[in-house]
Design a protein around this ligand. Structure first.
Ligand code: NAD
Length: 345
């Protein structure tokens, strides 16, 4: 396994491989950068085909967290953790407590939270071994970050629409949303409220059907979403959805959604730019979740203040898209550059 010359290594500060024989834990914690604060990032539990796949994923995700938190103006660095296991079959309380001890061994340099494959119940088990956990509701109105993520995407989408189409309101704007789970459903409701016309898809036909009825939206089969005649495409399902092939098929002129790591490969950003499609960088648009998770770490939780912080995504997106236009470069490149500038403090 290559580590220091791994294509995604990018000067990670620390990579910890943890194992626990009794519970069968095999985990990797990657700490990319702690210059702005402790490295916060979720714990992904996934049955990776190989250790190499797990390492690649954790390195990409932890660097993404550094950039996301820097551009969201949070006093946090970037990190991420993965457990190589099937969350439905292999996850046990003993494994999660062993993970908690691994997190604790880093003395607060890494703070864990929920991600795909891990939920609030798992965080409570980890919490038995370490206090370096966020994302636990505390009985007030904190807890589920998805409405905050959705609102941040809504702000980013409005900024992108203003830059691409020169219009402020969303009345009559056609938006296709791929995935109407936690974030996608909240986003759909906000867009509907603002007067947008929605085309929705999801592999889960039941939740899709209910939302389509509630919002009077159009629904299409999952594969047909890329060809929908819309102004905006909003990926809110899974990562790596923007391939070169998808870039060719899309009719939308703006892409703005919640999914992490939307670009299948970095060169797709240039393809989209050449086709006149404005891509709103994912980690800028979807930072509402980490803004809320960070707020939960503090004694006083003020929901309105968290929302105001989320709404600052508008100004950040405006700055990126203005620079992209002036320099005729793609917004993904500009966002990375801006994040690196903020880190050089
Ligand atoms: P979720 O699991 O609740 O929703 C995802 C939805 O996408 C599900 O309804 C699923 O059925 C659907 N889906 C899966 N594959 C699909 C396909 N091929 N075509 C159409 N639909 C498909 O997840 P979520 O919390 O809403 O998060 C959505 C995305 O946003 C994820 O990529 C997540 O990593 C990212 N994200 C979420 C948050 C958050 O606060 N929840 C924060 C930042 C980023």
């Amino acid at each position: 396994m290559r580590v220091y010359d791994h294509p995604e290594f990018e000067h990670h500060q620390q990579i910890v491989f943890g194992s626990d024989e009794a519970s069968g834990l095999h985990a990797i914690i990657a700490i990319h950068d702690t210059r702005r604060g402790p490295a916060l990032g979720g714990l992904r539990i996934y049955p990776y085909a190989s250790e190499d796949d797990a390492l690649t994923d954790v390195l990409r995700l932890s660097r993404g967290m550094t950039y996301k938190s820097a551009l969201a103006d949070l006093p946090l660095g970037g990190g991420k953790a993965v457990i190589i296991a099937d969350p439905r079959r292999d996850k046990t309380p003993a494994m999660l407590r062993a993970m908690g001890r691994l997190v604790e061994s880093l003395g607060g340099r890494y703070i864990t939270a929920e991600d795909s494959g891990s939920g609030e119940e798992d965080m409570r088990l980890i919490r038995q071994e370490t206090r370096h956990v966020s994302g636990l509701s505390r009985g007030d109105d904190s807890g589920d970050p998805s409405p905050f993520t959705a609102h941040g995407v809504f702000c980013a989408l409005k900024s992108a629409v203003r830059h691409r189409f020169g219009r402020d309101g969303l009345e009559g704007l056609r938006v296709a949303i791929q995935g109407v789970g936690h974030v996608g459903a909240h986003l759909a409701r906000e867009l509907h409220e603002a007067g947008a016309n929605l085309v929705l898809t999801d592999v889960d036909r039941d939740s899709l059907g209910m939302l389509v009825e509630e919002l009077g939206a159009q629904s299409v089969a999952p594969e047909a979403i890329f060809e929908a005649e819309v102004d905006v495409f909003s990926p809110c399902a899974m990562g790596a959805v923007l391939t070169a092939q998808v870039a060719d098929r899309l009719r939308a002129k703006v892409i703005c959604g919640a999914a992490n790591n939307q670009l299948a490969t970095p060169d797709v950003a240039a393809l989209l730019h050449d086709r006149g499609i404005l891509y709103a960088p994912d980690y800028v648009a979807n930072a509402g979740g980490v803004i809320e998770v960070e707020a939960q770490r503090h004694d006083r939780y003020d929901r309105d203040a968290v929302m105001r912080h989320v709404e600052r995504i508008t100004a950040t997106m405006d700055e990126i898209l203005t620079r992209a236009r002036i320099e005729d470069r793609n917004p993904a490149e500009i966002a990375d550059q801006l994040a690196r500038e903020r880190l050089a403090i």
